[in-house]
Write a protein that binds this ligand. Structure first.
Ligand code: NAD
Length: 323
């Protein structure tokens, strides 16, 4: 049984705990949160620690998962790498390039394997899109648009998400999902033109147009919509011989033969609890933690959504998009 220690039992910690409870051969044995009631909600028999550092120092765990507010990622990930071989850190990996460089150095020193929660890389429709592109069956991509739009996130502990010096605002917290995916699919563009609307110190709207040799990609993100507006993640990818689109709750393929829905078989999961927000099931979170825990069980290197991948995406965002 793989023993998991989870640090941070808020919104994402709850999602991760539900995933661990649904995974075979994995046991959540220790949880930490400075709000005792949050840790108690997730514990379900696991040991409870009053702070992440106590868990790292004292818990008997094989892997550590860090679901703390972003400004704490670097400090806790450094400590976790000294304790265990497998560390999961939520995205964005850190707030600054200097911090992610320090994590890379620590990883080299300790020989740890670190996965970052760039969950879109594991989300079914985005995995299918990557497969379609790599198959080449509809030719090359000509242009693509990715969008992620959200009501204002109101759940964060002490409202940390709305303090740009703690969260990085919508650009680092939300838009980085699509940016990281686009970079993983197409590589770095030769030119980028970013427009952003910064309200109250937050990058509340960002839209980047990326120019490659033979395609153009637009990536839009915002989190300032009214509470009743749904969270919507969508894309439209135009190939030479087809269009693949995820919008309005449908995943579609359009070719000269007509329109057809691309059906993704959903796995049945029996999970106690559930989580709040606009996430209807465990989706990509389950997939990414299945991959992470499988690597740990087999003693294999993490090769997807690695620390190096996440550090590159962060660097691109900070030094090319927001420069
Ligand atoms: N992958 C995704 O789709 C996704 C979605 C939401 C959030 N996130 C990321 O997950 C991370 C956590 O975000 P969240 O929304 O869960 O925030 P949150 O505020 O809901 O949860 C953070 C928790 O950490 C606890 N905490 C603070 N300091 C602590 C300490 N020293 N030791 C132990 N616990 C401590 C808080 O009490 C809180 O319960 C962030 O990096 C965020 O960007 C990722």
């Amino acid at each position: 049984m793989l023993k998991v220690g989870l640090i941070g039992c808020g919104f994402m910690g709850t999602m991760h705990a539900n995933c661990y409870k649904a995974l075979d051969g994995v046991e959540l044995v220790a949880v930490a949160d400075i709000r005792p009631e949050k840790a108690e909600q997730l514990a379900d028999g696991a040991e409870i620690y009053a702070d992440g550092k106590d868990l790292i120092a004292n818990a008997n765990v094989d892997i550590i998962d860090i679901c703390l507010p972003t400004y704490l990622h670097a400090e806790y990930a450094m400590l976790a790498m000294e304790k265990v071989k497998y560390v999961f850190v939520e995205k964005p990996v850190t707030l600054t390039v200097a911090e992610s460089e320090a994590l890379k150095a620590k990883q080299k020193e300790t020989g740890s394997y670190v996965q970052v929660g760039q969950v879109i890389r594991f989300w079914d429709e985005y995995v299918a899109l990557r497969d379609i592109k790599n198959s080449g069956k509809y030719g090359k991509v000509v242009n693509a648009t990715f969008s992620r739009i959200s009501p204002s996130p109101d759940w964060g502990w002490n409202n940390w998400l709305h303090n740009i010096s703690l969260s990085g605002g919508a650009a680092l917290d939300l838009h980085i999902h699509d940016l990281d995916y686009v970079l993983s699919l197409f590589g770095e563009p030769k030119a980028i033109n970013t427009v952003k609307n910064i309200i109250g110190e937050e990058n509340s709207y960002i839209n980047s147009l990326m120019q490659y040799d033979d395609l153009v990609v637009a990536v839009e993100g915002t989190w300032d919509l009214p509470a009743d507006h749904p969270f919507v993640a969508s894309f439209r990818v135009v190939f030479e011989k087809a269009v693949v689109a995820m919008a309005g709750g449908k995943f579609m393929l359009y070719t000269e033969n007509g329109a057809e829905e691309i059906v993704i078989e959903k796995k049945e999961l029996s999970v106690a609890g559930g989580t709040s927000g606009n996430i209807s099931d465990l989706g990509g979170y389950y997939n990414e933690l299945l991959y992470f825990t499988d690597c740990a069980k087999k003693g294999e290197e993490i090769k997807q959504a690695t620390l190096l991948d996440a550090a590159e995406s962060l660097k691109f965002l900070l030094e090319r998009e927001l420069a």
